[in-house]
Design a binder for this molecule. Structure first.
Ligand code: BES
Ligand code: MN
Ligand code: ZN
Length: 503
């Protein structure tokens, strides 16, 4: 898909389709007004006859509008003008793209980027439009032998901005939007890949692809033998029931002018299938536990976006790959594991495996002397109960870092919500036999999981993102990876490197 920005008036466009907004009730946007004048009231006439109310998401495709050079005009309902917010804007863009894609316009000039969205500027509107477009054109069909593709797909879209002065801002928004979208696509592709293909080796291969494509990226792996030498008893225990070897992939991006500058480290939970192990999960929807590597996919996608943007910072991504399976060799409830940190853990449920994998990865990354560490994980079903599918859970022991992440989530529209990490919750991990257990018991499952992790993150600034509810959509036709939280995490890195938007 090709994107560009332009600053021009609608009647001068010679395009397959021009896209303009209509508000409720039957009120033309400024741009639609211009078209109406040129066409001698053609559009307002239609509205008067009741063809379009202007409700959010309504579409009316017109052909051969008098005196208009473009072949088609797509009128898009935008709801009440004063109520147009971020969510509605994104929905309107997605609907528009689907309509264009299905109705044979291979290119379009879109004026929706000129609509007023409360508190948002041109940069935001263009970037969101790019991300929304790429998101709704995505499909995972590499394993289908018969692919359905539209006969005349949308190929090129021009977003209009109000003034020429804003063209550089629009172009910057396109660059950022495209880089983020690439990262999101990478995230979706690996996350959607079935677990018989996407195992820890596969994750390592995907990391290697980044190294091959970007000069500033290098990768290494830590295999089971090395984990053994490092004393990663907890990580190794989780993978022991699986025929697939556990592999931790390390992706190093050196973009900072100072190669020694302390890196930001992202650690992703990469459980390529979570059967629950001996504490076996119930069968319904167990297939969805192929998405238990969504954290690793998010880290990989973020590293891809980062490399594409070429940001001047140092970042290390860790994909903590392994598979949680039952078997004669599997770890069991009651086992006491010695973690790389030396702390011992009593396993009360082999399905609380994510924290056991992450804790050793979090100890491992101390060697990078990180500026900050953020782990990303489909960690708890409890997070889905608490926040549903709309917000990722954010927990942190460092307030400034938490605030930075919340800002990034607000700017990107890839939302997170902070949950407390008070000491009071720590007691729920008490064990009679080991330093602590891997199970927090009744209540606050997301918080107690983070409490567990916090015991391994004392040496640096740390935040944890629980994406159990946001990483994929369940069931039905719509099922699939969402690509979250690539947008939020890339925004965080953009902010960190002082490239948020303006200049
Ligand atoms: N990967 C799951 C969490 C999960 C479950 C994410 C459902 C998304 C949807 C994790 O490994 C897990 O099984 N967690 C348990 C923890 C419990 C045993 C303390 C859970 O949430 O039930
Ligand atoms: Mn589990
Ligand atoms: Zn899991």
């Amino acid at each position: 898909m090709e994107f560009s920005v332009k600053s021009g008036s609608p009647e001068k466009q010679r395009s397959a389709c021009i896209v303009v907004g209509v508000f409720e009730p039957r009120r033309l946007s400024a741009i639609a007004e211009q078209l109406d004048e040129i066409s001698e009231g053609y559009i307002s006439n239609l509205l008067r006859r009741g063809d379009l109310e202007g409700k959010s998401g309504q579409m009316l495709l017109l052909h051969q509008v008098p005196n208009i050079l473009s072949e088609r005009v797509l009128l898009v309902g935008c709801g009440k003008e004063r109520e147009l917010d971020e969510r509605q804007y994104r929905q309107i863009i997605s609907k528009t793209i689907n309509t264009l894609n299905e109705t044979g316009s291979m290119e379009a000039v879109c004026f929706l980027s000129e609509l007023h969205v409360k508190g948002r500027d041109t940069y935001w509107k263009v970037r969101q439009a790019i991300e929304a477009t790429q998101d709704c054109l995505y499909s995972f069909n590499s394993l289908k032998t018969r692919k359905e593709e539209p006969r005349r797909p949308l190929r090129k879209i021009v977003f209009n901005v109000p003034t020429r002065r804003e063209l550089p801002i629009g172009e910057r928004a396109i660059n950022h939007g495209l880089a983020v979208s690439k990262g999101i696509e990478t995230c979706k592709n690996v996350a959607n890949m079935p677990p018989n293909i996407c195992n820890p080796v596969y994750l390592a291969e995907q990391a290697k692809l980044l190294e091959n494509n970007y000069e500033k990226v290098t990768t290494t792996i830590v295999d089971e033998q090395e984990m053994e030498e490092l004393g990663m008893g907890s990580y190794l225990a989780v993978g022991r029931g699986s025929a697939n070897e556990s592999i931790m992939s390390i992706i190093k991006y050196s973009g900072g002018s100072d190669d020694l500058a302390n890196p930001i480290v992202l650690v992703g939970k990469g459980v390529t299938f979570d059967s629950g192990g001996i504490s076996l999960k119930p069968s319904p929807a167990m297939d969805e536990m192929k998405y238990d590597m969504g954290g690793a996919a998010g880290v990989l996608g973020t590293m891809h976006a980062l490399a594409e943007l070429g940001l001047p910072i140092n970042v290390i991504g860790v994909l903590a790959g392994c598979e949680n399976m039952p078997g004669g060799n599997a770890y069991r409830p009651g086992d006491i594991l010695t973690t790389m940190s030396g702390q011992t853990v009593e396993v009360l449920n082999t399905d609380a495996e994510g924290r056991l994998v992450l804790c050793d990865a979090l100890t491992y990354v101390e060697r990078f002397e990180p500026e900050a560490v953020i782990d990303i994980a489909t960690l708890t079903g409890a997070c889905v109960i608490a926040l549903g599918k709309h917000a990722s859970g954010l927990l942190s022991t460092h307030n400034p870092l938490a605030h930075e992440l919340m800002n990034a989530s607000d700017q990107s529209g890839d939302r997170a919500w902070r949950l407390p990490l008070w000491d009071e919750y720590q007691d729920q991990l008490d064990s009679p036999f080991a330093d602590f257990t891997n199970l927090g018991g009744k209540g606050a499952g997301t918080i107690t999981a983070a409490c567990f992790l916090s015991r391994f993150t004392k040496k640096y600034h740390w935040a944890h993102l629980d994406i159990a509810g946001t990483a994929w959509r369940s069931g039905g036709k719509d099922k699939g990876s969402t690509g979250r939280p690539v947008s939020m995490m890339t925004q965080f890195l953009l902010n960190r490197s002082g490239q948020e938007q303006g200049e």
